[in-house]
Design a protein around this ligand. Structure first.
Ligand code: ATP
Ligand code: MG
Length: 203
C-alpha cells in the first residue's frame, strides 16, 4: 500500500517572507511528520485592503529564494496565477484534486491568522478538507484562542514554535527607514527587496 502523502500548506502574503514563517514551517514538518511544506503566496489580496501589497510575482520570487535550500520546502503558484480573489478553501480543494483523496492536508497558520479563519463563513468547509495547525506567536493568548476554536466547533491542532517576534510589517518599516533587518529574514531575500526597491517608499 502506498504511504499517504502528508502535505503542509503555509499560506501567507509573504511581503516579505521571514524567519518566523520559515521556522514555523520547519517545526510543523517535524511535529506533524509531514512529507513537505508547500508555501502558498497569496494572489490579489482578499482581506488586506488597507495598504498596497507588493506584486504577487515579487512575493512569489522572494518565497522561492527563501525556501530553495530546504529539501522539503516547495512553493506553489496556484494562488498567484489565479485571477481575482482567492479563498483558501478553494485552494485546498484544488490541492485535494491534484493529490487525490488519500493525501492528508495540513493548513499551517499563526494563531492570529487562525482566529481570523474562525470568523470566515466557510471555515467549516475549510476544516472539512484539511487539518488546521495553529502556531503560537508572541503576544497571542493560546487559552483565548482554544476557547474561540471550541466555540466555533472547529478542531485545531496547536503547535509551539520558538517565540519569534518577527513580522513582515516590522521588516517593511525597518527597510523603509534603513534600520537593520539582517537577522530577521534570509539575506538573499533582503537583497532582492533592496535591489527592486520594494520597501523604500515606506508602507
Ligand atoms: P504582515 O505583518 O504583513 O501581516 P506577517 O509577518 O504576519 O505579515 P503573513 O504573510 O501575514 O506575515 O503571515 C503568513 C502566515 O505566517 C500567517 O499564518 C501568520 O500568522 C504566520 N506568521 C507570521 N509571522 C509569524 C511568526 N513570527 N511566527 C509564527 N508565525 C508567523
Ligand atoms: Mg499577518
Amino acid at each position: 500500500m502506498r504511504k499517504r502523502l502528508r502535505l503542509g500548506i503555509m499560506g501567507g502574503t509573504f511581503d516579505p517572507i521571514h524567519y518566523g514563517h520559515l521556522v514555523t514551517a520547519d517545526e510543523a514538518l517535524v511535529q506533524f511528520n509531514l512529507d513537505r511544506v508547500l508555501f502558498m503566496p497569496t494572489g490579489e489580496p482578499a482581506r488586506k485592503t488597507h495598504r498596497q501589497v507588493t506584486s504577487a510575482e515579487h512575493r512569489y520570487l522572494m518565497t522561492v529564494i527563501a525556501t530553495a535550500s530546504h529539501p522539503d520546502f516547495a512553493v506553489s503558484r496556484l494562488e498567484v496565477d489565479r485571477p481575482g480573489v482567492t479563498y483558501t478553501v478553494d485552494t485546498m480543494l484544488e490541492l485535494r484534486s491534484i493529490h487525490g483523496p488519500d493525501a492528508e492536508l495540513f493548513f499551517i497558520t499563526g494563531a492570529d491568522a487562525v482566529l481570523d479563519i474562525l470568523t470566515w463563513k466557510d471555515s467549516h468547509r475549510l476544516a472539512d478538507v484539511c487539518t488546521l495547525i495553529a502556531a503560537t506567536r508572541p503576544g497571542h493568548d493560546l487559552a483565548e484562542f482554544s476557547r474561540h476554536a471550541a466555540e466555533a466547533g472547529l478542531a485545531v491542532e496547536v503547535m509551539e514554535v520558538p517565540a519569534l517576534a518577527i513580522s513582515s510589517t516590522d521588516i517593511r518599516e525597518r527597510m523603509a527607514s534603513r534600520r537593520p533587518v539582517r537577522y530577521l529574514l534570509p539575506e538573499a531575500v533582503a537583497t532582492y527587496a533592496e535591489k527592486n526597491a520594494l520597501y523604500r517608499g515606506g508602507l
